[in-house]
Ligand binder design. Sequence first.
Ligand code: F6R
Length: 369
Amino acid sequence: VKGGYETFMDKEIHDQPTAVADTLLGRVNDRGELVLDEMRIDPSVLRSVDKIIVVACGTAAYAGHVAKYAIEHWCRIPVEIELAHEFRYRDPIVSEKTLTVAISQSGETMDTIQAIRHAREQGSRVLAIVNTYGSTIAREADAVLYTHAGPEVAVASTKAFLAQITACYLLGLYLAQLRGNKWPDEVADYLENLGQMPAKLERLLAEQEDMVRELGAQMADQTSFLFLGRHVGYPVALEGALKLKEVAYVHAEGFAAGELKHGPIALVEEGLPVFVIVPTPRRPVLHDKVISNIQEVRARGARTIVIAEEGDEAVTPFADTVIRIPATPTLMWPLLTVVPLQIFAAALAKAKGLDVDQPRNLAKSVTVE
Ligand code: F6R
């Protein structure tokens, strides 16, 4: 069942190239246009949407956070991310022009189910991005965009997360195509880049996995970690910290790198491991800001583990370890950069002798509020 791997989490990390490929499958026609057959919300409704609210929990909410950057850029529609349990118990501003997007692997998360009911009561259409066929969320939504990650067994989400992000890109590009925000060739260009992701993921696993595993095993005695990122690197930092907390029971926090000097930098002391996700040098303004952040933590004694694009030599003088990632457009960077963080968390947990598939206190689907 584990396909020759020691744990389901390892297997599912390796399933990721396929999960992304399967989620993309059959969604582009021979004219290079995106077709979402399952999009049962009328195009005229989608054209009039003036706000998107993503409701989700945990890792699925981080996928929504990535979607915000992509959809706002491509479609010029404001996107809000709402933790489903917070959305449900306040008085959110929702109308018939709001599209609520619920993201869930299981489709059975009670907090998210309650949030979509709350949104529908106020006239919003609900689109579900779900991995489990026929689940409650899939049934209650107006339309479903299925992720095709296959069943996810390990409690900590890995391949479902990549598939969720992929589906969010498809949604964003579909809305851009429908609303005419982007020239068709720009949508086609992004689709082509998405199509290259499975091969890039394969290469990343082949080239970096052993080194990252060794690093995880070496760091099994550490009691605290920080993760920093800007732009789409920010939700990746949050997800990297969550994986480590969940499977290795170690204190880990993710921050927007720009937030460092507003408080968290006080935590940095000699030897503290800090992961930094560096954007491509093809976005020099963003890139150089993150390089400064690495310098700031290193000057205070941090041990820096830097995730950077292949060929980005600017990071080398400030990194204790560099994890190299194939070049890709910035908005799609999360699909690659999160993978070493998953591998690291699994390796560190294993070195501590923990059961990575069944972490203590957690359930695969949280069916109570
Ligand atoms: C993290 C994790 C959880 C889930 C969250 C939502 O590894 O698995 O944070 O992402 O409980 O679950 P779903 O996606 O099933 O709604």
